[in-house]
Design a protein around this ligand. Structure first.
Ligand SMILES: C[S@@+](CC[C@H](N)C(=O)[O-])C[C@H]1O[C@@H](n2cnc3c(N)ncnc32)[C@H](O)[C@@H]1O
Length: 292
């Protein structure tokens, strides 16, 4: 049941994988935008990059249960590529989620400022095996006097999850070195992975992340009682993941988000209350297997 992280290239891992089928995969790959990665070239030819992504999507498809889901996150300018490669890899389109990240827009001089990232949600086969219709409270519109007593369904526009920006406002969730520098500039918020996992899986399902970075997917899946496998090519990141999972920080506790979903039918089944044990900063003693 404990999450597993493998230090490997995800394509190599997937080529030889013979374990249980994945029920849900989350992909947040390097975006090929010349960012500095110690063990990855983020400046590939575009054609080379997209055929690599297609290969990974095909391999994940092969190892996914019927109705299993994939969530593929990318920059908005790459939307046409991700939709095309997911279609070509056999997946069935469900939604294009707009993650409006609650941070300042990236300004543009000749076009509108960029204010969102896309997350393509596809399934293996026409119908998702699991789709939990989550309900949340949304901030009141100017035309509204009071909140809806039962909240509203989550739609394909997610504007209530903050990105972890580089500065002070990122708070204490980003992993940092002793000198305060971020361990990984692309760390995803646990709140984002919590939403994806509770929407598209059930307890004990297997969640897979081929580009697991700082291990956010594993951190969220573990607290939600899902099994999880993460692949990361950089051994230094793997060491951070190991520490992050064995010594759960308050900033990583997802129990604080549970009340946001209180109007959701069957919430106790989707998100068992047992995870409340982690409240008040209690340390988890969960172990993780490291293979380098
Ligand atoms: C955008 S980051 C993922 C961040 C992650 N969502 C998180 O919350 O930390 C992409 C990660 O993929 C890793 N990576 C690059 N090439 C890889 C490969 N072939 N196989 C596995 N991991 C790889 C990078 O080292 C980087 O940590």
């Amino acid at each position: 049941m404990d999450p597993k992280v493998y230090c490997n290239k995800c394509d190599n891992f997937l080529d030889s994988y013979s374990g249980s089928l994945f029920d849900l995969s989350f992909l947040d790959p390097p975006f090929n935008q010349k960012k500095e990665y110690s063990l990855h070239n983020d400046d590939m030819l575009s054609s080379e990059y997209w055929s690599w992504m297609e290969r990974i999507c095909k391999l994940i498809y092969k190892h996914t249960s019927d109705g299993g889901a994939i969530y593929f996150m990318q920059r908005e300018k790459n939307t046409k590529h991700i939709l095309s490669i997911l279609d070509k890899s056999g997946w069935t389109f469900q939604n294009l989620i707009i993650w409006q990240k609650k941070t300042s827009a990236v300004p543009g001089t000749k076009r509108y400022g960029k204010h969102y990232q896309v997350i393509a949600f596809y399934t293996k086969g026409k119908k998702p095996r699991i789709f939990n219709k989550l309900r949340i409270d949304k901030p009141l519109l100017v035309t509204q006097r009071e909140a809806r007593p039962n909240g509203v369904f989550v739609t394909d526009v997610w504007d209530d999850i903050r990105e972890l920006t580089s500065g002070y406002y990122a708070g204490d969730e980003p992993l940092r070195h002793r000198n305060g520098e971020r361990v990984h500039k692309q760390q995803s918020p646990v709140k984002l992975l919590t939403r994806i996992i509770i929407s598209s899986s059930k307890v004990n399902d297997l969640v897979f992340d081929p580009f697991v970075g700082t291990g956010t997917t594993l951190v969220a899946a573990n607290q939600l009682h899902r099994r999880a496998i993460g692949i990361e090519v950089d051994p230094e990141n793997v060491e951070f993941i190991k520490r992050r999972l064995t010594n759960v920080r308050n900033a990583d506790l997802i129990s604080k988000f549970r009340k946001d979903y209180r109007h959701t039918k069957n919430l106790d089944a989707v998100w068992p209350v047992a995870d409340m044990k982690l409240k008040n900063g209690e340390k988890s003693t969960k172990q993780i297997s490291i293979e380098i």
